[in-house]
Design a protein around this ligand. Structure first.
Ligand SMILES: NC(=O)c1ccc[n+]([C@@H]2O[C@H](COP(=O)([O-])OP(=O)(O)OC[C@H]3O[C@@H](n4cnc5c(N)ncnc54)[C@H](O)[C@@H]3O)[C@@H](O)[C@H]2O)c1
Length: 439
């Protein structure tokens, strides 16, 4: 429907505006439910028919979104899902939540944003507000999305089309900070764009934090994730240095963390995982490379973090060696495969590299993860063993990659012949224990 700016704002404020969310994944589905809970009529659009069918049946496929909530919102008519983009013709407000992965070369893959924007461009009309949520390099909203929406439609940004960027901060598995109560940064292509987008989002989210430009909002997200990536790189290097020095890095971190100010605790691990931290900073360094600038901190942290899976495999090899066993032919059980505890998200998980490297070196690898029944990756396929304790008892070495809460660590410690603990999951019980090698 064609609306004036004033009429659009009125519809956003009284929540009669119709909303669409493009991309119903980890970010888009929770966001769609937040808008639907606020009383908007929301249509989720996704080319993945299985996701759309699942929502139409009232079923969730995202761990953080309860099926009961989807069923209730679908039954009330506030949440619909479709693969048909033509519904955008009647939509007033659109959030774009499509993936932004890396190509095999390590360069940003913006094809999902391009395709989603081109679909939207066919139906864009006066009085529409569009917010890009997908993490990308500063300038994406203005340089990539804006021309596609305005060039053929002839719409004027800030006057009859309102375009903004708002980074998602969802932390899968987290219950204290959710899409609803985590402050949401929003920056528009023009001040009017930012204002309209902030009015929309503040109807459904607890706190909206306006910034002066889309680029400011894009960069804020990259600062957040680069901060994490670099601090993880630093603490991973601490682990490497402590190993050389024969010092317990976990004790060092706990001791440093007693400082009540000026220190923030990060812990080492087998490598970065998830859809954000390993990837987003590389969008920034890629953009800067084009401007003849090298993002040195990002490059260095990335180098250290990506070396961790190989380091862990080295630890398994050393541990077996200590028992006069070669890695080749030894039974190794990988305990936990998700990229972080208590979630079913395998994306970029270091477990993938570690399993692949162990297999390359001839180990007989099995894995267990209560949330991930099978893994297919890089030409190999494994099924989670049914019983982690039985498999741990039968293995020559187990390697704890993901410290899921539901594991009984004292029992694993008792039954396993040898343990490489990359997460300090065994805590003090692992310290000084001859069959435990800690990161
Ligand atoms: N997962 C997180 O924890 C997280 C946190 C913050 C930000 N982000 C960012 O949010 C964005 C989305 O991430 P995600 O985790 O939700 O990804 P996802 O893969 O879970 O979901 C993306 C969805 O978009 C759909 N899609 C693909 N092409 C489409 C198109 N042309 N039109 C409509 N839908 C399309 C896919 O089918 C999929 O369902 C990424 O840029 C990511 O970096 C993710």
């Amino acid at each position: 429907m064609n609306l004036s700016r004033e009429a659009l704002i009125e519809r956003l404020k009284d929540r009669t505006a119709s909303v669409a969310v493009l991309g119903l994944g980890y970010v888009g589905l929770p966001l769609a439910t937040i808008f639907a809970e606020a009383g908007f009529k929301v249509t989720g659009i996704d080319p993945d028919a299985s996701k759309v069918d699942s929502i139409c049946r009232g079923e969730s496929y995202i761990q953080d979104v309860p099926t009961e909530q989807i069923a209730r919102l679908v039954n009330s008519g506030n949440l619909l899902a479709t693969t048909d983009f033509s519904v955008l013709r009647r939509v007033d407000a659109v959030s774009i939540c499509v993936p932004t992965p890396l190509r095999k070369t390590g360069d940003p893959d913006l094809s999902y944003i391009v395709v989603a924007t081109e679909e939207l461009a066919q139906y864009v009309h006066p009085g529409m507000v569009v917010v890009l949520e997908s993490t990308s390099y500063p300038g994406t909203t203005r340089e990539l999305v804006l021309p596609k929406l305005c060039e053929t439609s002839g719409l004027r940004v800030g006057e009859d089309l309102f375009l903004a960027f708002s980074p998602e901060r969802v932390d899968p598995g987290r219950t204290d900070w959710t899409t609803y109560n985590t402050p949401k940064v929003i920056g528009g292509i023009t001040p009017a764009c930012g204002e309209v987008a902030a009015i929309w989002y503040s109807q459904a989210l607890q706190t909206v934090v306006p910034v002066s430009s889309a680029e400011g909002a894009e960069m804020a997200k990259l600062l957040e994730n680069t901060f994490r990536m670099i601090n993880i790189g630093l603490v991973n290097e601490m682990a490497l240095m402590c190993d050389r020095l024969g010092i317990d890095v976990w004790e060092v971190i706990d001791a440093a963390a007693t400082k009540p100010f000026g220190f923030m605790k990060f812990t080492p691990g087998p490598g970065l995982g998830g859809h954000c931290i390993p990837i987003d900073p590389l969008y920034l360094s890629w953009k800067l490379r084009a401007l003849n600038y090298t993002a040195r901190f990002i490059d260095l942290a990335s180098e250290i973090n990506t070396s961790m899976p190989r380091y862990v495999v080295g630890k398994v090899q050393d541990a077996l060696n200590g028992q006069r066993k070669p890695l080749k032919g030894s039974k190794v059980l990988v305990v936990g495969a998700a990229y972080k505890p208590d979630v079913d998200d395998l994306r970029e998980s270091p477990a993938l590299d570690i399993i692949g490297l162990l297999q390359q070196k001839g180990a007989e690898v099995e894995y267990h993860d209560p949330y991930i029944p099978s893994i297919e990756h890089d030409g190999w396929r494994l099924q989670s063993v049914p019983n982690v304790v039985a498999a741990a008892s039968a293995a020559d070495c187990i390697v704890i990659i993901t410290d899921h809460r539901e594991y009984d660590y004292p029992v694993l410690l008792e039954r396993a012949a040898l343990i490489v603990d990359t997460r300090n999951a065994l805590g003090a019980a692992g310290r000084g224990n001859p069959k435990v090698i800690r990161l």
